[in-house]
Design a protein around this ligand. Sequence first.
Ligand code: CTP
Ligand code: ZN
Length: 154
Amino acid sequence: MAKRTLRVSKIREGTVIDHITGGHALDVIKILGITGRTGGIVTVAINIPSKILKVKDIVKVEGRKIASAEVDKIALLAPHATINIIRSYRVVEKQRVKLPKVIRGIVKCANPACISNSDEPVQATFYVEREEPLRLKCHYCGYVMEKQDVLKQF
Ligand code: CTP
Ligand code: ZN
């Protein structure tokens, strides 16, 4: 089919989060704290055909940068996402999110009895057993967390 129209406009200034795992655009919006009641223009595209991912989502946030703590959370849900910084309509920086092998301090262990949930000064630590779909194993109690458990915390 001929490409007749541009699906979503390019932005002048801001951040484009591209190659988001299909179905997770609204989770990314939540991670970024976007409620839609304040702030600038946000464009969300869901179920866009993609060669690499079959379908992908895209979130474009105008006039805003993304903090590294937010990038770390996005990596848990969308390990193939790219963060594109846009200035004067140009991509001036492109960064692929990266899921480290060990996750510290971003998510809590879902096992209430885990020592990382006690008063002890122990930071929640997980091993990434599988990236997609996500599977994390707690270093302290061995509890296995999946994407849904992580989503509940964002
Ligand atoms: N984009 C945008 N506004 C701009 C420039 C780019 O919204 N002024 C978007 C593009 O639509 C694309 C993403 O930012 O979704 C990355 O742009 P670009 O690097 O030009 O696209 P690709 O080469 O297709 O990126 P990749 O190689 O990461 O797939
Ligand atoms: Zn635990």
